[in-house]
Design a protein around this ligand. Sequence first.
Ligand code: EPZ
Length: 421
Amino acid sequence: MEKIVVEGGHPLHGNVRINGSKNAALPIMAACILVNGKSRIKNVPYLTDVKTLSEILSDLGVKTKRLKDGTIELEVQDESNVTAPYEQVSTMRGSICVLGPLIGKRGEAKVAEPGGCVIGVRPVDLHIKGLEALGARIITEKGYIIGSANGLRGTEIYLGGPHGSTVTGTCNVMTAAVLAKGKTVIKCAACEPEVQDLANFLNKAGAKISGIGTSELVIEGVKELHGVEYEIIPDRIEAGTFMIAGAITGGEITLENVRLDHMTAVVEKLVESGVSVSNVGEKCFVKGNDEFRPLTITTLPYPGMPTDMQAQFAALLSIANGTSIITEKIFPNRFIHIAELNRMGADIHIEGTSAIVKGVRKLSGAQVMASDLRASACLVIAGLVAEGTTEIHRLYHLDRGYEKLEERLSALGAKISRVEV
Ligand code: EPZ
């Protein structure tokens, strides 16, 4: 077992390169199930989620080969297995993205139900509703989603749920529809840049998808997809995490390979809190402050504030000069990190789906436990500014979504290391 040890109080300075997006890479890799021939996907981050999905894909007959420069080659070699087992799916919900491609291409799928997780219940009813509308027969049995289809047919599908659109649900229905007969219209589709990236990849491979980036996707079915070379977009959540890490320490950092046009809500709120953010091309300069203004933040589907940045903002606002309100509208229970921040001296209480954050003058180092991926990042950020030493336990979540986070923060001047417990 490992833990991260951070000594707070060292401003970050220098350059950091942002990796490719995890949540774009996962559905794009899964979509290679649909493709005839070899695809080369560039800018794929080296993460345990990517490794797990590569293993699932290998078992599904997709040969995957990682090259040295962050490129992964994928090619279907055997279509006989259609099962993604519980042991793998339960470690990463993103693997649900194989469901649509399997039904769309092989006419059959048996994928473990991902179940809930620490950030909430996380149902997949909308995925199933969309696939059934395309003509798939789906049953859930013994913890598995079992789907079969005798040729899918395009139709109009409304994919809105109680909290708006669904990201991986849209990915699954879109990937199932690209080889379906006729036209599919997905209404209330997710507009997230990662969904756009998947659609752009599919189009490059021969699909006919329009309305990309809007809430209405139109997919004209095609007979087959062919192998392509494609580069994944930069990870907007990793970029936002580094921005807050740099800002909270009062440092000055430059992010390379970043798409600020995907980060409007995050940048708006950072600037409102007193952080300076500017960009030239694909570089972005971030300068912190010694005092931050409080904020009112509500997480929403894109282009609203991403729920995946909520925990990192909670760390920043815990030392703001006043009271902030953070309302979670995507995963109403995604607040487990709050208790850990309070152990570090923050003054936050939860009221329904909101966190009321009373800014304190300083945080102090403590032993804390990471509960999910973004909560892990929140605790690292808090540790960077806390007085004394913070020890963060249970690191496997962090490694699912951030590549060598402590090494890259060290290179920026943080006093942070990973040690064996
Ligand atoms: C994706 O999860 C991301 N995961 C999550 O990132 C991210 O937090 C989330 O989108 C929201 O942006 C991947 O892309 C692999 P949703 P997903 O379906 O697709 C409800 C991270 O840290 N819903 O868009 O599972 C759902 O409960 C992770 O990188 C239904 O009701 O999220 C939620 O309230 C964590 N029925 C809302 O929709 C469904 O069938 C949005 O969830 C599906 C979802």
